[in-house]
Design a protein around this ligand. Structure first.
Ligand code: ADP
Ligand code: MG
Length: 237
């Protein structure tokens, strides 16, 4: 991709002077100290940095799970701070895909039912849901495992279900907070391949955090945080 092509893709996520301060007892913790970031449609971006550098806080702010103490966050040009609680929850449902470190699947539901959950909330009819979710489960490599419950799946397979769930609703951006932290390195490589394929073939925009060098190496853009500040922002072709 040339620079001109890249710049023609719309900016879908923007942070502008974002600061976040938490109180830990009487102590102020500056989790983010002035973050400016633009993410365009189609990016495959890693957010990296040591433990405590602010990766989770940044993802939570982009996903409207947390709010800045200062500065503003935009998704598709909309300032999240101006949105009502109802608008924010609809935005999370319709625009953001979430993949968590601990998979967060519902134990009593099957792989299919877990993957279907967000689409169901969106109110798609049963036939359409089934078609879309079955196709996605196949794409992430879970064909034939649709009726298994999470405890009948490996960690890597559970995370594949979580990825399918996150993108089934066709979000604008998919956020993955250390998605490979709980799996071995071979499984981590496979999950990255799944994400890469979805990015390339379906244009799914991913922002994932990691401190694993090997996972980081698969990103096309690496934004590095140290002590709540961006210290580097590198792109590769
Ligand atoms: P990372 O994901 O890079 O490990 P975090 O965003 O989780 O970093 O944390 C950044 C800093 O903010 C850390 O010092 C952490 O202890 C602090 N922090 C994060 N969340 C909270 C919270 N809910 N309350 C208090 N401090 C927090
Ligand atoms: Mg974290």
């Amino acid at each position: 991709m040339t620079e001109a092509e890249r710049d023609s893709d719309p900016v879908i996520v923007e942070l502008e002077g974002v600061e976040k301060t938490y109180m830990q007892g009487k102590i102020e913790v500056h989790a983010l100290r002035g973050i400016d970031l633009e993410v365009r449609r189609g990016e495959f971006m890693a957010l990296t940095g040591p433990s405590g550098s602010g990766k989770t806080t940044a993802l939570n702010i982009i996903g409207a799970l947390d709010t800045p103490s200062k500065g503003r966050a935009f998704v598709e040009g909309r300032d999240l701070s101006t949105m009502s609680r109802g608008e924010l929850s609809r935005m999370r449902r319709d625009k953001i895909g979430f993949v968590f470190q601990a998979y967060n699947l519902v134990p009593v539901l099957t792989a299919f039912e877990n993957a279907e959950m967000v689409v169901r909330l969106q109110g798609a009819d049963a036939g359409e849901r089934r078609e879309r979710v079955m196709a996605l489960l196949k794409e992430v490599g879970l064909e034939g495992m649709e009726n298994r419950r999470p405890n009948e799946l490996s960690g890597g397979q559970q995370q594949r279900v979580a990825i399918a769930r996150a993108i089934a609703s066709n979000p604008v951006v998919t956020l993955a907070d250390e998605p490979t932290a709980n799996v071995d390195s071979v499984t981590a490589e496979m999950l990255l391949t799944v994400m890469e394929t979805l990015n390339r073939e379906r244009g799914v925009t991913f922002i994932f955090s990691t401190h694993d060098e090997r996972v980081m190496a698969r990103a096309r853009r690496i934004v590095r945080l140290v002590d709540g500040k961006i210290v580097s922002d590198e792109r590769r072709e």
